[in-house]
Design a protein around this ligand. Structure first.
Ligand SMILES: Cc1cc2nc3c(=O)[nH]c(=O)nc-3n(C[C@H](O)[C@H](O)[C@H](O)COP(=O)(O)OP(=O)(O)OC[C@H]3O[C@@H](n4cnc5c(N)ncnc54)[C@H](O)[C@@H]3O)c2cc1C
Length: 346
């Protein structure tokens, strides 16, 4: 364990991840007069998309523009940024955290707010990854309007694919279900697809084809037939980007939607606290399906919980100081009491 006696500034809070969740958290903390550093690798999940849709007040804004505006707002309240990746974290003697960065540096914080988002693991079909976020899509609430009334394919890779096809049918009457590697629909599901006019194409998809200009033109089946479509809906596996927390013993756990595993995320309580005292998390790292407006809200809410925790610690310290002469020993004793109480859920 290390202390922060090595000359590095000790922030109240280190936020790892400068997407909507992290920036929103940092803004709340800055306005709560907390010193905050945001460590950000600069690869938000929606970077390939042309706009952020469904974000009230900024509908369709360029994803980078939204984050640039967020950074400026955080700076206005004293927040600072480190453009780097967190690679490991360790607990310090003082109860805080030292976060090692990939640029060789490190940052210290009394608390850690993890908002590092997730990785979309795409189905392995040639040509598919290059169109991700443009014509290969996952969320109809994000992109459905933009491809409304156009031919939409659904690449089925798991048991939730029929649900996904029925959902996309809300945006287009021309939906094709490519069974690909998904289990065969049951009788009821076949009936639902037929009733909604969704064609089912059996067999594996061999490649995604593009037209001039690099836009999606269709889906080629293993047998050689090409079925035209303008958009292809897929279901990535979502994995929270939290490998750097492993030294603390924090690992993502499987998360389900409609009874099926969709990926893995950090487990938190209602306040956003993880099982490790002092470490909070919010955004896609916690809620795999959440959109930008939802992660921004979660970031702000969780930041308020972090601030409340700091206030509680400061109050305990003040009471201890009032009761007796301040000494490093008494500070350490307070720290241990606080951490012990939290470990026991008090
Ligand atoms: C293609 C696509 C289009 C989308 N379109 C929309 C849309 O139109 N509307 C909508 O509401 N939602 C949309 N979404 C969902 C949206 O992207 C997420 O809801 C949102 O980005 C989650 O925000 P976040 O802050 O949790 O994570 P992110 O936005 O992913 O931000 C996490 C940040 O943390 C950084 N990071 C990761 N690991 C580390 C590390 N170890 N150290 C330092 N930094 C790290 C990343 O580089 C990134 O900058 C879309 C998603 C995709 C994939």
């Amino acid at each position: 364990m290390k202390t922060s006696q090595d000359g590095e500034k000790r922030y109240d809070v280190v936020v790892v991840g400068g997407g909507a969740a992290g920036l929103s958290g940092a803004l709340t903390l800055g306005r709560a007069r907390r010193s905050v550093v945001v460590v950000d690798a600069g690869e938000p999940r929606n970077a390939p998309a042309e706009g952020v849709h469904g974000y009230l007040g900024r509908e369709g804004v360029d994803p980078r523009e939204l984050l640039a505006a967020g950074r400026a707002e955080v700076r206005r309240y004293g927040g600072v940024f480190r453009d780097a990746s967190a690679v490991a974290v360790e607990r310090c003697d003082d109860g805080g955290f030292r976060i090692a960065l990939d640029d060789g540096g490190a940052v210290h914080g009394r608390r850690l707010l993890v908002t590092a988002g997730l990785v979309d693991e795409l189905p392995e079909v040639p040509g598919l990854a290059a169109l991700w976020g443009k014509d290969v899509l996952h969320c109809p609430y994000c992109h459905g309007w933009e491809v409304r009334d156009q031919p939409v394919g659904v690449l089925a890779t798991g048991p939730l694919a029929v649900r996904q096809a029925l959902l996309w049918r809300q945006w287009s009457e021309d939906v094709t279900y490519f069974r690909h590697t998904a289990p065969e629909p049951d009788e009821e599901q076949y009936e639902q697809l037929a009733a909604r006019g969704i064609g089912v194409v059996e067999g594996e998809v061999a490649a995604v084809e593009t037209a001039a200009g690099g836009r999606l033109s269709g889906v080629r089946l293993a047998g050689g037939t090409t079925v035209p479509c303008r958009a292809l809906a897929v279901a990535p596996r979502f994995t929270a980007r939290v490998g750097f927390l492993a030294p603390l013993g924090l690992e993502p756990v499987e998360q389900e939607s409609n009874g099926h595993v969709i990926g893995s995320a950090l487990a938190v309580d209602a306040s956003g606290a993880t099982a490790v005292p002092g470490v909070w998390a919010a955004g896609n790292a916690v809620q795999l399906m959440e959109q930008v407006v939802g992660v921004a809200a979660a970031g702000a809410r969780t930041a308020a919980a972090v601030n409340a925790d700091l206030v509680a610690e400061e109050t305990r310290r003040a009471v201890a100081a009032r009761r007796g002469p301040f000494s490093p020993e008494s500070e350490r004793a307070v720290c241990e009491r606080v951490l012990g109480a939290r470990r026991h859920g008090l």
